[in-house]
Ligand binder design. Structure first.
Ligand code: GAL
Length: 638
């Protein structure tokens, strides 16, 4: 937040707020006392840039009596990053004198255009530098774009309220600014008690303008015509991408000025954050297969490797939140809802990654292929996903579970495990159970001897004690209410189907192996009449391959393999996608949607969805045909 200042005259004319044209799409009222909601907010850690006075601490931000309180305190705290006893030059940074907090909605609540309103009471004491701002989600600062809806600090010792936007130049970390800095005195002249009151900061943002208001008074207007980045920022307009919101209180720093410890502690209080968008954004009428799929905010849906359930009149879609720079979990598992399967409303993060490095679901772990099922006996929504521990590649091969009372969460993480430790699969013949395989077989992959041993359960036996590996997975509830966990096991070579306990939170111990050595991933299953159909992929990482299809008269088999169900161009690559789930449409007979992901491993946030209707040939065998665009509500009525 470094800047040079332009002093402008205060443009003060009132703007009418017409509530009709705006639709509230998200609000945060800080209604639950205690820590801030981690499905919405992430904490910033560390020092304020160029300032060694202050340390951001999560505990300085909390909710009380319907307010977010960010406290600024004067207290020496140890910097956890450096060892006090070392001779490191950074030793001088061992202690920070002031603490405060900075929270942001990155990845969790992002918006493209609309109105953002924040009602807050700001601290104006010495050193205080409170801010309400947004940053664009792509690119490095400032080419990502910064909008300061509110900043308060001293310029040459004189307090000001600022409203700014910044974007990229050809010099790294150097921004172009359009700033307004209004002497704080102007506000005090109008209302001597200004400081004791809550005020309303607002941004109205569309494809043409960013307008920043304080108590309905326009402070700054930025035309998007002038906000193009230079070459370093790819000539992009950083204000034509989703932005996330930051609320923070800095103390001191390049702008806050020297704090007087006697004025501390101080409080920055936020009553609410509300986001509106123009009513009736163009309703989608069709699924455009493999294209960008905008949600209610106009942002491409971010729910990959997912699954969908139907509950009390609504569909809920859960999936992996993906970011642009890594495939690991940076945010968690997201949830969207819909009544027509075409228009989806963002419901937020259902299960958030943790900031705690001790947690199994710490940011940077792998949380893939989430599936939710509803348990009507316990009245709980149960979430399962493939978990890999941070920094351990894909070696943990565990399933994780979480639980919620509401379909939209927040889900509470329960824990992770391998499957059915100590238990043999039902269909592994007794004569294979005690076999001991010599190193010469187990370490010489892909030899005929090794393949035979895999088929006979060598990799299953290797994990009997610890439990079976569980990577790509799905869940299925049968017509009799029983639940099943279907997962890639045995180093992805063999699929397993395992029965779930009554509460859907663990396994009963009953499980079978399917197609040993068959290398099946991405299982998706449905039942039509009395037949179970399963579609899977081969194992080629993020690259697409040819789908496989299987059927059985009972979940326990016998399972038989059919040809690739895809027909038409790119059928041999499943239309450049990989299966994730099969969704039965409510109220329509034999209507199922095949859901698949078209991965973009170098920019996963741009991965696409390939949703196609499952069609049946004259013999009742399912097939998948590429359709450019279609509507699931009318397609099956033909
Ligand atoms: C795919 C799998 C994905 C992910 C990926 C990692 O084969 O289906 O869910 O695990 O490998 O490379």
């Amino acid at each position: 937040m470094k800047r040079t200042f332009l002093f402008f005259l205060l443009t003060s004319f009132l703007f009418p707020v017409s509530s009709q044209e705006w639709e509230l799409i998200w609000e945060e009222n800080f209604d639950v006392d205690g820590v801030v909601d981690s499905t919405v907010w992430s904490n910033e850690y560390g020092f304020v840039r160029n300032n060694e006075l202050q340390w951001y601490q999560p505990q300085n931000a909390y909710c009380k009596n319907g307010l977010l309180i960010i406290e600024g305190k004067h207290k020496k705290v140890k910097n956890p990053h450096y060892d006090v006893n070392s001779n490191d030059w950074r030793k001088k940074r061992d202690y920070a004198s002031y603490t405060s907090s900075s929270i942001n909605t990155r990845g969790k609540q992002e918006f493209l255009y609309g109105r953002i309103e924040v009602k807050a009471k700001i601290p104006t004491q010495t050193g205080a530098w409170p801010a309400i701002w947004t940053l664009g989600r792509e690119m490095e600062w400032p080419s990502n774009g910064e909008i300061d809806i509110m900043e308060y600090y001293r310029i040459n010792g004189i307090p000001h309220i600022l409203a700014n936007a910044a974007w990229g130049t050809n010099q790294r970390y150097h921004a172009k600014w359009k700033s307004q800095a209004i002497p704080f005195q102007k506000f005090l002249e109008k209302d001597p008690n200004w400081t004791d009151k809550f005020h309303l900061w607002r941004m109205d943002w569309d494809e043409d303008y960013i307008r920043l208001y304080l108590d309905n008074e326009l402070l700054n207007e930025i035309s998007l015509k002038e906000t193009l980045n230079d070459k370093l920022g790819n000539y992009k307009n950083p204000f034509k991408q989703p932005h996330y919101i930051l609320l923070n209180l800095a103390i001191g720093g390049d702008n806050g000025g020297e704090p007087n410890p006697e004025e501390y502690p101080i409080q920055y209080q936020v009553d609410y954050v509300k986001v509106y968008q123009k009513k009736s954004p163009t309703k989608l009428t069709k699924i455009e297969t493999g294209e960008l799929w905008p949600d209610n905010r106009g942002i491409h849906i971010n729910a990959h490797g997912g699954g969908v359930i139907f509950h009390e009149g609504k569909y809920y879609w859960y999936g992996e939140h993906k970011s642009s720079h890594t495939s690991s979990a940076q945010v968690g598992i997201t949830c969207y809802s819909s009544t027509d399967l075409v228009n989806w409303t963002y419901e937020g993060v259902a299960l958030a990654v943790s900031d705690n490095s001790e947690s199994e679901i710490v940011k940077g772990s792998v949380m893939e292929r989430p599936k939710v099922i509803y348990n009507s006996k316990t009245n709980k929504f149960v979430l399962w996903f493939h978990l890999e521990l941070k920094g351990k590649g894909y070696s943990a091969a565990r399933y994780g579970t979480a639980i919620s009372d509401k379909p939209t969460g927040p889900f509470k993480y329960i824990g992770s495990s391998r499957v059915n430790p100590g238990i043999y699969p039902e269909n592994l013949p007794k004569s294979y159970r005690n076999k001991v395989y010599p190193e010469s077989i187990s370490s010489n992959w892909w030899t005929p001897k090794w393949r035979k041993a895999v088929e006979q359960g060598m990799l299953n036996l290797k994990d009997i004690k610890e439990g079976q590996m569980s990577r790509d997975m799905t869940l299925f509830i049968d017509t009799d209410g029983k639940g099943y966990h279907i997962y890639s096991s045995e180093e992805n070579l063999t699929l397993h189907i395992a029965e779930l306990s009554e509460d859907f939170l663990s396994h009963t111990g009953r499980y079978i192996r399917l197609f040993p050595g068959g290398h099946n991933e991405a299982p998706a299953i449905f039942k039509k009449d009395k037949t179970y159909w399963m579609i899977t992929s081969g194992c080629t990482g993020w690259d697409p391959n040819e789908a496989r299809m299987f059927s059985a008269p009972s979940i326990w088999g016998p399972w038989k393999q059919h040809d690739n169900p895809c027909i038409g161009p790119k059928a041999e690559l499943t239309f450049e996608s990989q299966s994730t789930y099969i969704l039965p449409i409510q109220g329509k007979k034999d209507a199922f949607i095949f859901m698949a992901d078209r991965w973009k491993p170098h920019n996963q946030i741009d991965s696409r969805y390939v949703w196609l209707p499952i069609q049946f040939d004259k013999k009742g065998k399912p097939f998948l045909e590429w359709i450019v665009s279609w509507n699931p509500n009318s397609f099956f009525d033909k």
